[in-house]
Design a protein around this ligand. Sequence first.
Ligand code: HEC
Length: 147
Amino acid sequence: MKLIAVFMMLSLAACSDGPVSLVNEGDIVGDAVPAPLTDSVASIEEGRGIFVERDRGHCILCHQVDGLDAPFQGNVGPDLTGLGARLTPGQIRLRIVDASRLNVDTVMPPYYRVHGMNQVAKEQAGKPVLTALEIEHLVAYLRSLEG
Ligand code: HEC
């Protein structure tokens, strides 16, 4: 029975051609997702690690933060120094979940969205790039940046 359920989910994923957000429409208020994606406790330290590390978020590929101890920081995206003073946690959350909701042409990848199987490696199908908790760690880190 379990196997059949898994098989059905896989074929559903294979059929969907567009991206599927893991956040419900009702969770989006204006340009923000006000509620945390998980009840687990987020950590600023963890968030900083995900922001910097190549095999995790690797946000510094495109962003920079003053005073962050990381040698190569990109400039494709905006400087996130002091971000916590400019955006609410909910606004930061939506931008990480799926920045294309605010700018369809953005080059920033959606970190909490799943794609049809034609666009991604099989192992990655149905899984977002980051987990709900990893996104909450990033929100905790970025909101801590106050200039
Ligand atoms: C491929 C480049 C790229 C990567 C990788 C990337 N971003 Fe972005 N990001 C952008 C660009 C470009 C923008 C500007 C928004 C737009 O394109 O409309 C942006 C905007 C943002 C904003 C809004 C900033 C503001 O001032 O309004 C936040 C927050 C953000 N990114 C966080 C992150 C985090 C966290 C990660 C890693 C998980 C990340 N980004 C990875 C390119 C990137």
